[in-house]
Design a binder for this molecule. Sequence first.
Ligand code: FAD
Length: 419
Amino acid sequence: MKIAVLGAGVIGVTTAYELAKDGHEVVVIDRLSEAASETSFANAGLVAPGHAYTWASPKAPRILLRSLMDESAALRFKPSLDPQLWWWTYLFLKNCTAEAAKINTKRKVHLCMYSQKQLDGLIKETGINHHRVEGGLMYLYRSQESFDRGARNSSILSDEGLNIRPVSAKEAAVLDPSLEAVKDKFKGALYCPSDESGDARVFTQALAKLSTEKYGVEFRYNSEILGFETSGGKVTTAKLSNGSVNADAFVMCLGVFSPQLSKQLGTRLPIYPIKGYSVTLPIEGSNNVPRFGGVDEDNLTAYARFGNRFRVTATAEFAGFDKSHRPSDYSHMLKSIKELFPDAANYDKPDYWAGLRPMTPEGTPIFGRGKFDNLYFNTGHGHIGWTMSCGSGRITADLIAGKTPAIDLTGMELNPRAA
Ligand SMILES: Cc1cc2nc3c(=O)[nH]c(=O)nc-3n(C[C@H](O)[C@H](O)[C@H](O)COP(=O)(O)OP(=O)(O)OC[C@H]3O[C@@H](n4cnc5c(N)ncnc54)[C@H](O)[C@@H]3O)c2cc1C
């Protein structure tokens, strides 16, 4: 079968690889000039089943309200007249019950664990080097109250089979000696030994190259998808800024832009862009770089090392499709991370970036088909799409092959989530 994958982010490229491995002829279309140039460009790189919690929880409405008053908060909700925002917020609030949060988190952690296994297999199969750091991630808590709450909440993940456990600040510093000098600054940590980190952009670009070399996958860059032609309940053609592509099947992996194109095909997707900020710093001989990546939980700041670079990310902001950023946007996250890792990098040489997380109200991505028999969706991976990518690619390839995916997709298929 000839299959067109729409979008060359981490989701599109992992999907293309799995489809090509299954023997399909695959073409990937993207409007930018390289793979992983949009949201997959500079994320925190955490492969984090240990952070699979859904954002919609009983606490979330209060946090959203508070953020209206506090500009410096890690979450910044800015109301606008955008009907997509109001529809999305309505669905998000519906998912803020304890019961829904539990169900959605369980679905997410299953997908994350499956995906990490797929990632591991893929790395072994391909030999891709993406600055992988194995051995765990460290989720640090500054106050006793937040530590106790974090430890309590983690049972939802451990009940599903994830090895995640509370450790004292002293034990955390033994596991990661970079914490020794600052162990009085936090009360404890949750340590998930199977979590890992790695550069999602390096991985995606290497996989794209390998897909072409090994399986002949064609990448059509600098080609904007403008619309579609359909016939007899099928999509036949993707109309591009520089031509068109006909295929037997199409997979939509357009991240935050998926709703714009799916709307043309009569499907309204509940995905909204949630902006995050990222700064990459050279390590340049700095002598106390964290051994493991992790999250400063009280400031919601994530960090990881990629070879000779140190990356810090934070903030969830509702700003539509605006990706602009100013140095002041990074003040809070850099302050919090410098407190913990003052000698991790050269903080005078920041490389700033901002990206848009394709969030669904439930926090789980959207798989399966809608109104058209041959149009598949693999989109809406939110704050943890790098973690969920390899499993999502395999699931989509299995759905196209008519096979039952390895994990239960209840609640993650397009219907009835679209409108
Ligand atoms: C600050 C930040 C930190 C994060 N940290 C982590 C983390 O630590 N761990 C983790 O697992 N995840 C993390 N994420 C989430 C992760 O980065 C995303 O979930 C993931 O990158 C989404 O990938 P995607 O392929 O769906 O989207 P994208 O990477 O955005 O890919 C979509 C592609 O579609 C293309 N496209 C869109 N419209 C068109 C069109 N009309 N025509 C042609 N092409 C088009 C775009 O150019 C783009 O290349 C983070 C995200 C942010 C913003």
